[in-house]
Design a protein around this ligand. Sequence first.
Ligand SMILES: N[C@@H](CCC(=O)N[C@@H](CS)C(=O)NCC(=O)O)C(=O)O
Length: 201
Amino acid sequence: MKLFVNKTSPYARKVLVLLQEKGEAGARVAVVQTDPWASPEDLLAVNPASKVPSLETDDGWSLGESWAIAEYLDAVLPGPRLLPAEGEARWRELRLAAMAQALTDAAFDAAIESRRPEGERSPGWVARQMAAAVRMIAALESEAEILAGGFGLGALSVGAALDYVAFRHADLQWRETAPRLAAWHAEIIRRPSFQATDPRA
Ligand SMILES: N[C@@H](CCC(=O)N[C@@H](CS)C(=O)NCC(=O)O)C(=O)O
């Protein structure tokens, strides 16, 4: 299997952390660093949308979207299951993962918009996305105890999303407003899977 990623992509990082958590099985996936913004041919062949992460499976078919790739790799690779196949535990993980995706989308959109050339940039759009990110962090602060209850796809996704906010929006100082979440996050990012995928390294 071949996984196209970019070092600073928060979406790709979620999948890279999952691969690390799968241990030796994760090493079966070949990781290809690419620049999706340059629309390289090999990435387009796997995903015409030219986005990372994108996965080419051993059967030769393609999969886009970090949440779909994460679920697929979690199911087909041996190792600890991060998303239970059914039941209440599955919805718990998916609910947290969806909150993390909302936070990532808002923080990522704001970062991209801020980097557009003067005249193409919309301060109103940046402000809207940052307000959404702040609200998602407040919502996740209320989930701190649930997050501390176990490490699955939910905690993995929230950990990666918050670290992206710390990386790209340091001035937001999110830890000041979410102390319980900050304490939980400080522990999570010490996991070897997070250390090995740190975009700053
Ligand atoms: N919803 C997608 C978002 C993926 C995404 O937007 N990736 C960015 C990099 S962080 C990308 O490849 N952008 C290139 C482009 O939009 O042209 C997911 O969850 O995987």
